[in-house]
Write a protein that binds this ligand. Structure first.
Ligand code: ATP
Length: 342
């Protein structure tokens, strides 16, 4: 499996909006990987299990990204439904996105966790690359926050706990996600989360990382990626970015579930960045004390002091915070999710 360890210069993100969506900004350079996939090689152990375009019956379009279309698809061999992400090769190459597509594939293929979208197969035809993924039928957490927030504490706690476990696994597999936000948290048929969109991820170790507390990196990452409202301050200070950046985003997501809006909101990206740098956010009076406390600890400007960092006790310290009291960490993904209805 290829690992990209380029260190890229930090810069302010471009503020582009495609299809009216809040767009992820990236500014990374480096070598251009090829569009071939490992299983194309007949000596690859998964070669005989691979799928081709005609193995699927294509159904409704689930959504569109800036350079991809996601469609429901039924595997003709098994009848199982998947989400099939189709990426236009010419468009990817023309827009210098090859590197991000390959990072997404490489990062996703390391993941094996109920809270993370699973990548089953990749294949291609003359025009497109295809990723066959878990189908998350209930769409984005963002939609539910927009419609139903503020969430009650039980609901916010449940989704924060599932997200924390997903982040723990992502880090355990040697990856920093770098774009955790409600739009990238999908919900399956049972309203459990599936984290997606690893296009901004950083793969920081070749082997599976046995350090699950967000500690040492094989290589610090200096790439500038993310989405303005959820970008961590160390990124804006052009410091190296590590696992702790995902804990900052967790703090933003908890805040957003409990209030309906992200903590650092402003009219322009520049103003958002000023607020983030100055830690200028308002903690609503009505937030329960335990929520205020965990948000303050996650929205800590210094990544080394931030909740989730090794110095602050790693993921275990976060799990033991009173905000998460009563969470059954072992069985949360097999438990009944909150109803998410008004
Ligand atoms: P961009 O590439 O511009 O950042 P994106 O990451 O949202 O956008 P895609 O990953 O192609 O782009 O997803 C497009 C849309 O398809 C998403 O907004 C989501 O609503 C839907 N979608 C993506 N993956 C799945 C999935 N596994 N199951 C169900 N719906 C999905």
């Amino acid at each position: 499996m290829s690992t990209n360890q380029n260190s890229d210069g930090a810069a302010l993100p471009e503020s582009t909006s495609i299809n009216g969506k809040r767009n992820t900004a990236t500014n990374t350079g480096g070598r251009t990987p090829t569009l071939s996939t490992d299983v194309d090689d007949p000596s690859h152990p998964l070669h005989q299990h691979r799928r081709i375009v005609s193995d699927f019956e294509y159904k409704e379009i689930l959504g569109e990204g800036s350079y991809s279309t996601v469609q429901a698809g039924r595997d003709k061999r098994t009848g199982k439904m998947y989400a099939i992400k189709r990426l236009d090769k010419a468009h990817i190459v023309k827009n210098n996105k090859v590197k991000y597509v390959m990072i997404e594939r490489d990062a996703l293929s390391r993941m094996n966790h109920p809270g993370i979208i699973k990548l089953y197969w990749t294949f291609k035809d003359n025009r497109s690359l295809y990723f066959v993924l878990d189908l998350a039928k209930n769409g984005e957490l963002y939609t539910y926050i927009r419609q139903l927030a503020p969430f009650d504490m039980e609901t916010a706690k449940f989704y924060a706990a599932e997200l924390l476990l997903a982040i723990e696994h992502i880090h355990y597999r040697g990856v920093v996600h770098r774009d955790i936000k409600p739009e990238n948290i999908l919900l399956d048929d049972n309203l459990h989360i599936k984290v997606t969109d690893f296009g901004s991820a950083k793969i920081v170790s070749d082997e599976n990382n046995d350090n699950s507390n967000g500690g040492e990196l094989a290589t610090p990452s200096r790439s500038f990626v993310g989405t303005a409202e959820y970008v961590s301050p160390e990124l804006l200070r052009s410091e190296s970015v590590s696992f702790e950046t995902d804990f900052w985003a967790l703090g933003c997501v908890i805040y957003q579930m409990l209030s309906g809006r992200s903590p650092f909101k402003a009219a322009t990206d520049y103003l958002i960045f000023q607020k983030i740098k100055n830690l200028d956010y308002v903690m609503p009076d009505e937030f329960p004390q335990v929520a205020k406390d965990i948000i303050r600890k996650l929205l800590e400007s210094d990544p080394e002091q931030r909740f989730g960092s090794e110095a602050a006790g790693g993921v275990d310290a976060v799990k033991h915070h009173p905000f998460f009291e009563g969470i059954d960490w072992e069985h949360i993904y097999s438990s009944n999710a909150p109803p998410l209805r008004e």
